[in-house]
Design a protein around this ligand. Sequence first.
Ligand SMILES: Cc1cc2nc3c(=O)[nH]c(=O)nc-3n(C[C@H](O)[C@H](O)[C@H](O)COP(=O)(O)OP(=O)(O)OC[C@H]3O[C@@H](n4cnc5c(N)ncnc54)[C@H](O)[C@@H]3O)c2cc1C
Length: 414
Amino acid sequence: MMLSPVTDSHRSFDVVVIGGGPAGTTAATLLAQAGHRVGLFERHSFPRFHVGESLVPAVNLTLEKLGVRERMDQIGFPQKHAVQFISPKGPSRPFYFSEVRDPRMHNTWQVLRSEFDRMMLDRAVECGAHVETDTPVIAVCSEGDAVTGVRVRRLDESEDVIDARLVLDASGQKGVVARERSRQKLIPGLENTAVYAHFEGVQLDPGIDAGSTLIYRLDAQSWIWFIPLMGGVSIGLVTSAREILRFGQNRDEILQSAIDQCPALLERMSSAAVIGEVRVARDFSYRATVDGGPGWAVIGDALGFIDPVYSTGLLLSARSAEIAALEVTCALAGDQHYPNMHGFSTDWQVAFDRFLPLVRAFYTEDFRFGELSKHEAHRQGLIDLLTGIVDTEEAIGVVDKIQQMFDDEAASKS
Ligand SMILES: Cc1cc2nc3c(=O)[nH]c(=O)nc-3n(C[C@H](O)[C@H](O)[C@H](O)COP(=O)(O)OP(=O)(O)OC[C@H]3O[C@@H](n4cnc5c(N)ncnc54)[C@H](O)[C@@H]3O)c2cc1C
């Protein structure tokens, strides 16, 4: 992979980005393309494993801006044309993205994150960002309220202070700056845990359905993701952190027992075997209540995360990075040395709030996609949301309808 050499001129930047995941690399590439001096520091060496493999098509628009859309097929990521929900009562009709109006979003990709994140990091370097991997940020530097830079540690154990007019925290769930300053709040009722692995020898559907995401619902609290990847399929159980041990005592047992409880999935897996290890992730949903301040802003998972059921993580991460990059460009043109980024994420918050009721609805006892999508406008709204489009009349109509359902239920209980 491409890396930048370290020289004395790399101790001061317009913008320092913490973390080389999709949020960090999106912001670094856009800011470097806009002519800013950007330094990105990533604690791991790449390629590295990461969960979060299914894109929604609205991400394509960001990939286009970054200049990497063509590379997705060149790398060979499977194309994803649809998502389908399978409950114990039977499957929904697949939701094909070709039903949305904009042809740029008629399909997207399922990504092996080691390859995807490496490609994104390479793009940031190509566009002029200075990138150092194996270099964790170990402290945030400040003067009064303002963040003035970061302290990093390199592989040889040497430490450096890196100055910046703005520090973007894209360090994911770690939230290096976010944990100190953003007052992250858990979203109650979505305290879930995921147990997952890659499998080989799994039977896929034929034709364009081969790359679809399948969501197998076990009960109101538990479901399994099925994401076809290059050379395997990612399969993961998501369930309430309180319920997880009812599936088994260790991670291998938990995942196998969940699969065993799902006949529709089991029949695809008669010749399947795990590749590598079974992993566990906490996927609690949360959001920052403060998105930025003088000299700093948080983006990506550091800003917030919603349950993975609709694969919205990378979309929201990329969106927050795009919004931040635009705001940073305006802010750096002003005369504040450490511009105040407080409130930059309003549009991102709107998107988050539109997905949240749909996520909550999924975890209710009697939620069925088929029921909601019987009404044509609601079906269109659902497809828009599953594509990652949150601002059409139909998408807002679905969100309002679900919210109404929750309000009526609350009123009937009071
Ligand atoms: C179980 C589960 C399933 C998911 N499935 C999906 C899915 O199917 N589709 C989807 O879109 N999203 C999914 N997500 C969400 C997705 O993984 C995240 O939204 C996405 O990775 C966030 O990108 P990011 O760049 O903000 O953070 P990350 O991708 O986590 O990147 C953060 C980077 O910061 C680095 N870092 C951390 N600390 C430091 C430090 N101190 N110094 C330097 N670098 C540091 C890390 O090494 C990492 O590379 C899922 C999440 C979970 C938990």
